[in-house]
Design a protein around this ligand. Structure first.
Ligand code: THU
Length: 130
């Protein structure tokens, strides 16, 4: 799978975002080890705290379809520059492995890539898992 193509999936997903409060549309596309793609967008709520980010929608879709191994995630934000995944999403993403590559892109066409363990150092673990 070409990374530019994965970013395109994330961009398409961002167009479906429900973001009437922030007007900040985000899309995510997750590439699984079986080469399937699960896309998600942010879904906001009038009770603001119930909002869910695009990254978590994508990962919850994948897990609920039986996939738990991921190669890469593309995140597209409808802004000139890319944005980084929020801390909550980083914690959820790293739960499924520390190897995932995260591609962050915006309208400029430039993107940045980082490993999830770079984005989430000193991750929370229950004591018995350390
Ligand atoms: N948002 C995401 O979907 N992903 C991120 O990585 C950061 C933030 C959403 C949440 C909210 O709907 C909007 O962007 C503004 O914070």
């Amino acid at each position: 799978m070409d990374i530019v193509e994965l970013i395109k999936y994330a961009e398409e997903a961002s167009k479906k975002a429900y973001a009437p409060y922030s007007l900040f549309k985000v899309g995510a596309a997750l590439l699984t080890s079986r080469d399937n793609i699960y896309a998600g967008c942010n879904v906001e709520n009038t009770s603001y705290g119930l909002t869910i980010c695009a990254e978590r929608v994508a990962i919850f879709k994948a897990v609920s379809e039986g996939e738990q191994e991921f190669k890469a995630l593309a995140v597209f934000s409808d802004s000139i520059d890319y944005c980084f995944p929020c801390g909550a999403c980083r914690q959820v993403l790293i739960e499924f492995g520390s190897d995932m590559q995260v591609y962050m892109a915006g309208r400029s066409g430039k993107y940045k890539v980082m490993n999830i363990s770079e984005l989430m150092p000193c991750v929370f673990m229950r004591k018995e898992e350390i």
